[in-house]
Ligand binder design. Structure first.
Ligand SMILES: *Cc1c(COP(=O)(O)O)cnc(C)c1O
Length: 389
């Protein structure tokens, strides 16, 4: 199908939930994508931090195909090699004790909040249920995760939202006030708030929060759905701040482009669930887990150093572009403060062959972690042209 045919079908039959860019991709290699008309684009978005090795990565494809030659799905009623292996690799790499697999970031966060309530119920009985989340957060599109998303635009239409969730400002006074009634069981944070503008939280606040939570046995849940898997130059963003979460959630990059999410339980929460307490039909699917094994095996210390080097290169070049007022975020999770309208800039970049994302008033760049210097330079040239036009 050509682009117009695809667009016509989509506009007629797909729910009108997305305002899409006028393009459909059919192939590519690494951080270079090709559309239906054969035009090439540099990808500074990676499918929103998902395709960490870009597209058409040979080794990753081979891992997926090998699993497809076995079985594609059989249900969590049975044991599964790729799932067990990925659980082991994740725990060994992160210090977590156990893992639950779902299909998405929202499900991972849903699982984390259920686990926090269960942990508190088991230990303290009823009444200790409150999830404290932060303003300007984003945790997903299910009702529970929307309730914990501290942005007013997400709190319309679907009333009533889940009770027992409170969003507060990212400072100790607000968190302490919210916990003062003794009902809090967890605080959930993103160390770098992605969707709301690529904003890094204050290091001192995060350290004080970690201490506060551990002293009161309030679980610290870190949402690493966007920040995890090397995006910030470390496996997880919380490592930059020296804090120790009780639960970590991951998704986006975890399987390099297939739907998978994980909820990681550290020491305190290791045994929070028993048989029947939580579940999923597709979660931890054999093919997605085989892809996940390939991804995590390649996230070596050497790979992280390369990511850090690329991030430094890109950030240094971005900082000196006329029209860029500030470069925010961490590593390869980059926010750009610009004077121009970000939606218009993103549309203009697309026309010239560059994919960029937006996050509120900022441009957001989340390139594949394997992006080459040539691809970065091509992208930078287009961005410079658009910002200086
Ligand atoms: C994308 C995102 C989610 C939601 O993930 P889905 O896979 O879309 O459900 C949750 N938290 C953060 C921080 C995210 O960036």
């Amino acid at each position: 199908m050509n682009f117009q045919e695809i667009k016509r079908l989509d506009e007629k039959y797909y729910a009108e939930t997305f305002s899409r860019f006028p393009v459909a991709f059919v192939g590519g290699k690494g951080a270079t994508l090709v559309d239906t008309e054969g035009k090439e684009y540099v990808d500074f978005g990676a499918g929103i931090a998902v395709n960490i090795f870009g597209v058409n990565d040979e080794e990753w494809k081979q891992a997926v195909i090998t699993q497809l030659n076995g079985v594609q799905h059989l249900s969590n009623l049975y044991y599964c090699e790729s799932q067990a292996k990925l659980a082991e690799l994740l725990c060994k790499k992160t210090g977590a004790k156990r893992v639950f697999f779902g299909n998405s970031g929202a499900e991972a966060n849903e699982c984390a909040m259920k686990a926090a309530r269960k942990y508190s119920y088991d230990k303290y009985g009823e009444g200790r249920y409150k999830i404290i989340a932060l303003n300007n957060s984003f945790h997903g599109r299910t009702l529970f995760t929307l309730s914990a998303t501290g942005q007013d635009i997400f709190h319309q239409y679907y009333m009533p939202f889940v009770a027992g969730v409170e969003c507060v400002d990212a400072n100790m006074k607000s968190v302490t006030d919210a916990a003062a009634d003794g009902t809090a069981c967890a605080v959930m944070i993103e160390c770098v708030q992605g969707e709301s503008g690529v904003t890094v939280l204050d290091a001192e606040f995060l350290q004080m929060l970690g201490k506060f939570c551990s002293e009161r046995d309030i679980l610290l849940i870190v949402d690493e759905v966007q920040t995890g898997y090397g995006r910030t130059g470390k496996m997880f963003s919380y490592e930059h701040f020296g804090i120790s979460p009780d639960i970590v959630t991951v998704a986006k990059g975890i399987a390099g482009g297939l739907p998978l999410g994980a909820c990681l339980f550290y020491k305190k929460t290791e045994r929070v669930f028993s048989a029947g307490d939580h579940g999923s039909t597709f979660g931890g699917n054999p093919v997605c887990c085989a892809a996940g094994v390939n991804v995590i095996e390649r996230l070596t210390d050497e790979f992280m150093l390369e990511v850090q080097g690329k991030a430094e290169y890109l950030r240094a070049k971005l900082r000196i572009i006329d029209g860029v007022n500030a470069v925010t975020g961490l590593g390869m999770m980059i926010g750009l403060d610009i004077d121009k309208n970000v939606k218009e800039v993103a549309a203009a970049c697309l026309k010239k062959g560059l994919l960029v994302l937006t996050a509120h008033k900022r441009l957001r760049l989340l390139p594949p972690l394997t992006i080459t210097k040539t691809e970065m330079d091509e992208g930078l040239t287009i961005l410079r042209e658009v910002l200086n036009a």
